[in-house]
Design a protein. Sequence first.
Length: 569
Amino acid sequence: MFNNLEVCQAVLNALPDATFLKDEQQRVVFLNRKACELFGKTAGEILGHSPLADLDPTLVDMIIERDGHVLKTGEDIEYEHQMLNRDNVLISMMVRCSRIIFHDVPYVLVSLNDITILRESEAQTRYLAYHDILTGLHNRTALYEQLNQVVVPGAGKHAGGIGGLLLLMDLDGFKNINDTYGHQAGDFVLCEFGRRLQGVAPQASLVARMGGDEFSLLTHQPVGRAQAEDLCRQIVNLTQIPFTLTGASPFVTVSVGVTVITEAVITAGELLRKADAALYEAKRQGKNMHCFYSESLDANLSSKRRMEKALANALSAGRDITCAYQPLIRAADNHIIGVEALARWRDDELGEISPVQFVPLAEETGLIIPLGKLILRQACREMLRWSDLSLSVNISPIQLRDGGFAPMVLALLAELRFPPERLELELTETAIMNSDANSKHQLVLLRAAGVRISLDDFGTGYSSLSLLKDIVVDSVKIDRSFVQFVTQLKDTAAIVTAVSHLGVKLNLEVIAEGVETPEQQQFLVDAGCTQMQGFLFSKPLTEEKLEQLLGDISRSKQLGGDNEREIKG
Ligand code: C2E
Ligand code: CA
Ligand code: CA
């Protein structure tokens, strides 16, 4: 019924791979449609001829040898080779060969599968796995892999490259570029810096973007100290040329941490940690510079890590973190009209830690979000009972950038039944000036609900009086660094007077912080400040001490004093 040959041909034609049968002389005796397509010839043109005619001679030798092996042993084999196709494009072929014996004569059955697309997508995936998309540099994974090759784990010996260098770099002030000029400008600076870095990198070194604004450079070549210093200086100088964009010239600098790859280094992690400690030191010493790792740096870093861990623990356990309250005084009559909540942290092992230390650490690590929330909740809860006092709480710009900030604050106020009008959020001048559209929106939402916004540390950031007109705030707090010198320095006195006058004209409360002497108080009252705060009136107090103070004052009123909550300067 069936014509065997026809069935056979039909089956072969349905196969997805180019398939053909060759005799011992490499002559094609049978083939399918895909094979015709691959060779670009008709069956008649191919049958009886060798398919190897147009191939590279070395490839032909290899094929003949492998076919010979199949014919002799009957073993199935599979291999991949690359060749040029009819359009002269390099393609990858998967070749499968097996033996068929027909009337005692052996033949090779070959099937060819074009796996070019598969190999290309694999190569692309590999590329993506080891490269940074934005800059085209290598990425963190590539660096780790290279480091692991430099350092042979466990053996305590190197595969080579003793005296090579690992550099970690971090752009200083990069966040400002994103905030001020937008992300496109930020991306441009990252790409341009990466390009410049590659330009000065020693030959055969690996330059990678570690993520964010962090870069690394690894060189295996032994480098002398002078050469290493020279390389670092070149890198720091890379930012001297401005990163020009249309209409804007963002300014950044770079800090560099360096570690030398020595015999003593045992793991890749250790190298990274050392370079990181050096980078941290370069930042600490004022940025825009490089710093070599030395053993003394380890102590600093590990104490920072310890503090970070302890803070995370304290926050998740909800203990050891409290609020101190510093009274705010009305200049006109010395009455306490509010308090500022200041975070306090006491750790069993580390002791009392200043917010000047732990607030920046919390900002660096993201812990500022839970910390800020905890302080806000605690302060509102504790101040609920003094309904005539306003409550000021310090807010980090990082909290503000969190899209859910305003809703979180408003939900918390509603939950605790704390009137929004009593709450004042203190934000630094720099934070408000650098705020993006989202942060500004958070402020608008809060103000619409009745929460007041205060410009903290005025004078330490942009120090521009004209800015006061454009910013939507309810009060401005003149920084202690000015108040300190009002009675000594003429310039400072003039600035404080000008700020007070302008503030009053703009209907803002003008608060002087850090008032320590009656002379300062007198000057500030005359200059027009409306509120005051400082050790002259009261240090920050625990909740109990504040209660005592407020109790004493109201008792003195009952005993005949005529000033409610008056505090003696
Ligand atoms: P700040 O907001 O400028 O707070 C005023 C700081 O000055 C407080 O230091 C206060 O104790 C101190 N101070 C007040 N009056 C005087 C004075 O007359 N003389 C002197 N020498 N100092 C005075 P503290 O409590 O150490 O806080 C330092 C900074 O930490 C704060 O500066 C604020 O920026 C930050 N901070 C504190 N608590 C928080 C918080 O809950 N969240 C955030 N984001 N930051 C906080
Ligand atoms: Ca403050
Ligand atoms: Ca301040």
